[in-house]
Structure formats: structure tokens, C-alpha cells
Design a binder for this molecule. Structure first.
Ligand code: TYM
Length: 334
């Protein structure tokens, strides 16, 4: 039996979304909603695995919802809701905590990065974060999960959990094994300050990232200040392998303009960074500023955003209740 194609993905409401979220996830979310049933979730329970100021969290949940809409998600096509409003996520997470293995979680590199050197002080929630992520996906029997490359290991864990559940409860094919949909050309947008690190909300310097709410001046300034090297742009991709910052800037340009990287390199070859940065800043301003303005506009009507989440929650809950009922039955809960 093959499973119906269902897309699920989530974004944490922990502050400004950035170009990495946009190119690695959101743009893909939007193109998928045209032909497939898509469920997109503001994963507030994941966000609280590290402390969030309650008032800021409330605002960030709405701002992430506004960012979904501003990038083109359509609530009449996709289900848009926040995770904590469908309590089945937490219940399934508990069941999956009992299926998942400590050894599997110990391998998760994101926990190691986020917990830092003093793991004893990290929250238990941060440690079992990937099990909740598996619950998000499996609750809807999602078959495809659009994410950036940094989430690949979590997706593999979700597949392992699904497989073990199917085996333990003797229900082959009950959960589909979810497949990651990772953008081919730019699976990881890198920091503007260090081309070997991913662009991220947690990096201290705001100059490391382009936020969706940055204005034109900020974008131009950040691109101007982006780390580069002293050589001119080469005429082939191979020579960029040792130059992560140059590769990152050209990759972003290629992704935004939809011009293949080879062609971009031909166009830029022999030029210096000021030329590349000017062109990149221009296309980023055109692409990102309208999104930022739309987010601000949507944030001016919070009742509307709450209404969208409420309707999405109602739709998500119908699927979640039915699936959780069947899951409970498989496990033997009455
Ligand atoms: P989060 O909130 O960190 O990021 C949201 C999405 O943005 C992608 N992303 C990037 N892509 C490319 N380059 C980057 N520099 C970059 N930074 C972030 C992430 O890969 C992600 O797709 N655990 C998830 C949220 C989650 C989830 C889920 C995702 C919870 N449940 C179920 C999929 C399915 C996370 O922390 O994403």
C-alpha cells in the first residue's frame, strides 16, 4: 500500500526569520502547496526547549505566521497552525519517546551544538527535541518534509522511529518513512561572516545574516561588509571549493536570480568583490524588502493572524485526532 503524498514542515518562532530559512525552507513550502496537501506548523513547543521570554514568544508566533503568509503561503491551500494548539503532538511525542532510543539521540549533532560544552545544564526538552519533531511529522503520516540540510539527521531519526514503531507493533507500512526535500542548489545558506558556518539566528553578530525584515540600507550594508577574500572571481566552480565565502555569495545570487551557478560564474569571472556584492545586494533588496514590508503590514492586524491559526488548528486537529486514535489502538492504550 502506498501512502497519500502529504507534506509537513515546521519553523521555530524564535525571532527574526532569515535568508537561510527563506531559501532553505519557505520558498520550497510555497512551491509545494500548488499540487500537494501541505501542513505548515509554527513549532512553538520546539522553541521553548531553550528559554523564551513569554511576551516575545507570543509575538514571535504571530510574526512567524506573518512570515509564512508574506512569502506566499496561502491558508486556503495549506494548513497553517501552531503546534501547541494541537495537543496530539505532545501525546504522540510521549509515545515516541518510548520508541526512540537513547543511543540514537546521543548521535544528534544539533543537540551537541546547541547544548554547548555544559550538556548537564541543557533542558531535557532540548535533548528529546528530535522525538517531538518525529511526532509532528508522523502525526499527519507525512510522506515528504521540506527542510534545509541542517535537519537531515533529524529526518533520518524520524524514519528510524517510524520503522521501529511499525516493527514493534507489527503494523508494517503503518507510518510512511518520511523523505526529506532538501533544496539541491542551496541546501545550506552560510553565514556572511564565516562561509564554513550556517547562517543562523543564534550567531551573535547580526551582520552574519540577512533578516526577512531588514530594510534596503541594512541589506546593502551587510552585503558590503560580508567576509570575502582578496582574489578575483574565478572562471570555474572547482576553484571556489577552497573559497567558502565567495561560493556562498555566488550561490545566493544564483538561487535568487534562478541563473545556474555555472552561468553566474561566467558572468562574474575576473570581476572583483565590489561588483559581485553590488549585484547581489540589488537582487536581495528586490526580493527581500517586499517580504519584510508585508510581514510588518500583516503584524498590524493580529486578530487576522490569530484567526488564520485558529482555522488551521481546526483543520489540523481533525487529522491529528483520527490518526492518534489509531496509534493509541496499535500501542494498546484504552
Ligand atoms: P528552524 O526553525 O531552525 O529552521 C526552519 C527551516 O529553515 C531551515 N534553515 C536553513 N536552510 C538553509 N540554510 C540555513 N542557513 C538554514 N537555517 C535554517 C531549516 O533547515 C528548517 O527547514 N527542527 C526544525 C523545526 C521543526 C520541523 C518539524 C521541521 C520542528 N518540527 C517537523 C520539519 C518537520 C527547526 O528547528 O527548524
Amino acid at each position: 500500500m502506498s501512502h497519500k503524498k502529504i507534506v509537513f514542515s515546521g519553523v521555530q518562532p524564535n525571532g527574526n526569520l532569515h535568508l537561510g530559512n527563506y531559501l532553505g525552507a519557505l520558498k520550497n513550502f510555497v512551491s509545494l502547496q500548488k499540487n500537494i496537501d501541505c501542513i505548515y506548523c509554527v513549532v512553538d513547543l520546539h522553541a521553548i526547549t531553550v528559554f523564551q521570554n513569554p511576551n516575545e514568544l507570543k509575538n514571535n508566533i504571530l510574526e512567524t505566521t506573518a512570515s509564512f503568509l508574506a512569502t506566499g503561503l496561502d491558508p486556503s491551500k495549506s494548513i497553517i497552525f501552531n503546534q501547541s494548539s494541537v495537543s496530539e503532538h505532545s501525546e504522540l511525542a510521549w509515545i515516541l519517546n518510548c520508541v526512540s532510543r537513547i543511543g540514537w539521540l546521543n548521535r544528534m549533532t544539533q543537540f551537541k551544538d546547541k547544548a554547548g560544552s555544559d550538556k548537564e545544564k541543557a533542558s531535557v526538552g532540548l535533548y528529546i527535541y528530535p522525538n517531538l519533531m518525529a511526532a509532528d511529522i508522523l502525526l499527519y503520516k507525512a510522506t515528504h518534509v521540506p527542510v534545509g540540510a541542517d535537519q537531515k539527521q533529524h529526518l533520518e531519526l524520524s524514519r528510524d522511529i517510524a520503522q521501529k514503531f511499525n516493527k514493534d507493533f507489527n503494523c508494517e507500512n503503518f507510518f510512511p518513512l518520511p523523505e526529506p526535500l532538501i533544496p539541491k542548489n542551496i541546501s545550506r545558506v552560510m553565514s556572511l561572516r564565516d562561509g564554513t558556518k550556517k547562517m543562523s539566528k543564534s550567531e551573535t553578530s547580526d551582520y552574519s545574516r540577512i533578516n526577512l525584515k531588514d530594510n534596503a540600507d541594512e541589506i546593502i550594508k551587510k552585503i558590503k561588509k560580508a567576509k570575502s577574500d582578496s582574489k578575483a572571481i574565478p572562471d570555474n566552480i572547482k576553484s571556489l571549493e577552497e573559497r567558502p565565502e565567495a561560493l556562498n555569495l555566488l550561490n545566493i545570487y544564483s538561487e535568487i536570480t534562478k541563473i545556474e551557478l555555472e552561468k553566474v560564474i561566467k558572468e562574474m569571472s575576473g570581476k572583483d568583490y565590489s561588483f559581485v556584492k553590488k549585484k547581489l545586494a540589488d537582487v536581495l533588496v528586490d526580493e527581500i524588502c517586499p517580504v519584510g514590508k508585508e510581514i510588518d503590514k500583516l503584524m498590524g492586524d493580529k486578530t487576522h493572524l490569530l484567526q488564520i491559526l485558529k482555522k488551521g488548528t481546526e483543520k489540523a486537529r481533525i487529522i491529528a485526532e483520527e490518526n492518534l486514535k489509531n496509534i493509541r489502538e496499535k500501542v494498546g492504550l484504552i
